[in-house]
Design a protein around this ligand. Sequence first.
Ligand code: PLP
Length: 441
Amino acid sequence: MSGVSIRPSLRGLKFSPTLLINEEVAEYRRQGHTVYHMGFGESPFPVHPAIQDGISGYSGRNQYMPAAGMGELRTRARQYILKKHSIDNDEFDVMIGPGSKELIFDIQLAVDGDLLFPAPSWVSYIPQTLITRDEVVRIPLGPQTSYKLDGAVLERRIVESRREGRNPTKLILNYPNNPTGMTYGPAELEEIGAVCRRYNILVISDEIYAQVAFRSSHRSIAHFYPEGTIVTTGLSKHLSLGGFRLGVALVPRRLESVFQVLRSIASETFSAVSTPIQYSVLTAFEENPAIERYIAECTEIHDIVTRYVWRTLQVLGVDYAEPQGGFYMYPDFDRYRHRLADSFGVHTSDELARHLLRTTNVATLPGTAFGDEPEALRLRLSTVDFDGLTALTRYREDPPGAAGETRAACRSAENAFVEAACPRVAEGCQRLVNYFSGGAS
Ligand SMILES: Cc1ncc(COP(=O)(O)O)c(C=O)c1O
């Protein structure tokens, strides 16, 4: 055969930038270079022993599971998620899939119409629309509002896009947010939910970082708009189980037709999530005190490390609200624009990320990967380039900021913790500071 022709709609589809940077950094490291990896967001902690023990016990389970997932897992997952995401309504069906990324894709595929896309947002939402061939209605957000959507802006964009002949039917909302680290409070969610109800918009609420919210509990928009919200979540972030590939979608019973299509898509594509994995994560959906403690400890470490990076970058005068969850931040280096252009010929976030990697060995992701304008000099920094076991052990032996310490003492204990347990994060930050303050400002 001399070749095949790729479907035109897929010719623009590229390999995921987060996975790409990870592979590039791995190759760079294999060649012996030291890289400070602020480009990829994989939670680094070891699998909790209760889950690890479980998996070997189920290795003999070789039957297919039902397409929507094992009954007991679905029941437990619903109860657990309703509680953890503070949703006082149990009118939801549960779909288990191979990661929430796949479930988000399947929901986009199932629901007709244009996607309302707050920009910046996570890297995969837009590429997924290339596959589903959906149109995107962009809602540009900026640092002045901490990149957060509000009801009035959403309403304006819906009305305006309808006037242009567009058909917005679904909104993707992610909180705590990747890339910005921001989250939404109850009043903000209630307002967004009310607008969506008024205009009959489905909310795809990506809440994968719900249990990595810092110092405030997470509440889902599904609490305010249960009939029109599909919540997606999983185990990849708070339990560091990305490679298990297990995600969950809560679908309102009133959207039974969506649930049925999701089930059918599963039955004709991945069939079901791996059986030993479904069994082994049963325990992740019950309130096991040891696992709860582990989740709290891992989240506390993410909080300490992420705030360390945020504080360190303050000297650069980059105005940016303190992250509220997850393990990311999204600084805007606009104030360095002239020096970057004059000294290095850097004009876009892609050029900035590439120049940083080449000159400082710090890997980041450019804002373009999140749907931002190329000229916006924004980078997503992730804060997980450390050995999770070392950090967890040290944290358990001597948690920084123990009760009774002053704020300043807590801060200096946290700094010492990061510098000792997460040295690549500390060095990566220092290199960023040197790059901007030395060479570019
Ligand atoms: C915002 C967001 N949503 C969804 C996912 C997908 O998670 P998974 O497919 O592992 O459940 C990720 C993973 O990086 C993410 O950052």
